[in-house]
Design a protein. Structure first.
Length: 367
């Protein structure tokens, strides 16, 4: 299912010398955008990683351990506290429930469109461990989904989610997060169609006082995904093409960080190795060999995974023995929560929609 959107000196000394000449002009001409747009430190080679494909919708080319024909355009991933993976398939409107090795634990949950007559092209997903976001049966949703049809749905029992927000006339949701502000719970949906973050309270009512504005973001970019990392909201921006869909291209992407009230904290990453970024995850300390951890950003545009220090400095790309790991149609990347003590914390799980999103793939990267 194709998506439809609307809308003779050392290198270090030489770089320093050049910067001393152009920095004043750069700051004036770019509105103080990050200098990452022009130079990066020499990237580190992050090698010896391995890609393991667990589930694919076809046996023809992915060498996955298991085949499920309905896993088409695997997109969002969310984990329960024990490490059970829920993986959205945008192509079939199903959310699959897997153990750590991709074995199906229960029947997939069907996610409906606004009128219930067709499946929703679901994208983002979150686990909700709070008592908020109650569904019509009176119990809180345990998993919440959004989709490019502008619909938000929730699930807590049975084999089908229920619609809680219908913004099909104005929205194309491509990502979802939750956070708390002032003791209250909020839901945040990346609306690629409007170019905004739509915010909802604990009762799924719209909230309009959280701006999510980055005044230095160039025209023509829209929020592609939003993710909660340590109760800060990372918003990933992709370029909007002439057809209203995301447009791939080297250096086409930005990542900004906001607090849960929608106020900009900082620009985290600009251009450089970004290419229609969507997936993002905080890596445990051992994953890239440093003691401070890192932020990993996955590119939908070229399928590569970029590693950044916690301050936004580019470290390098994840490589196997042949070069950068490239997962066509890469969407979510995610580590299991720290409460999942029976799963290797250094497994980086991923979901992808290869071959122009006509296929689906779920697996992990390990070292």
């Amino acid at each position: 299912m194709k998506r439809i959107y609307y809308h003779a000196l050392s290198p270090r000394l030489a770089r320093a010398a050049i910067l001393s000449l152009i920095l004043p002009l750069t700051l004036i001409s770019t509105g103080c955008d990050q200098i990452d747009d022009f130079f990066s430190d020499d990237p580190k080679v992050l090698k010896d990683y391995k890609q393991v494909n667990l589930v694919a919708n076809t046996s023809e080319e992915y060498d996955a351990a298991r085949v499920d024909p309905k896993l088409v355009n695997a997109w969002g991933i969310a984990f329960s506290p024990t490490g059970i993976a829920w993986v959205n398939a945008a192509g079939t409107g199903l959310s699959f429930v897997y153990d750590k090795d991709g074995n199906e634990l229960r029947p997939a949950v069907a996610v409906p469109s606004a009128d219930g007559s067709s499946p929703s092209p679901i994208t983002g997903i979150i686990f909700n461990g709070s008592t908020d976001f109650k569904l019509p049966n009176g119990d809180p949703a345990r998993f919440i989904f959004d989709g490019v049809d502008g619909v938000i749905t929730g699930w807590n029992t049975g084999n089908e989610a229920v619609v809680v927000v219908d913004n099909s006339a104005t929205a194309a949701y491509t990502g979802l997060a939750s956070a708390t502000a002032g003791g209250a719970s909020f839901l945040y949906a990346a609306n690629f169609r409007s170019g905004k973050i739509d915010v909802f309270d604990a009762n799924f009512a719209p909230v309009t006082d959280k701006p999510f504005t980055d005044s230095n973001l160039p025209a023509g970019y829209a929020p592609f995904n939003i993710q909660n990392i340590d109760n800060e909201l990372y918003v990933l921006y992709a370029k909007v093409g002439a057809n209203g869909r995301d447009e791939a291209g080297a250096g086409q992407g930005y990542v900004s960080v906001f607090n849960p009230d929608g106020h900009l904290l900082k620009r985290f990453a600009s251009k450089g190795q970004l290419n229609a970024p969507w997936g993002i995850a905080k890596a445990p300390a051992g994953f890239i060999g440093n003691s401070d951890g890192a932020i990993l950003v996955g590119n939908f545009g070229d399928g590569r995974i970029n590693a950044y220090a916690m301050d936004g400095e580019f470290i390098g790309q994840i490589n196997d023995q042949d070069g950068p790991i490239t997962i066509e149609g890469l969407w979510a990347i995610s580590f299991v929560p720290g409460t999942a003590t029976n799963i290797d914390p250094n497994r980086l799980y991923f979901a992808a929609g290869p071959d122009d999103e006509e296929h689906g793939l779920f697996g992990y990267i390990t070292k």
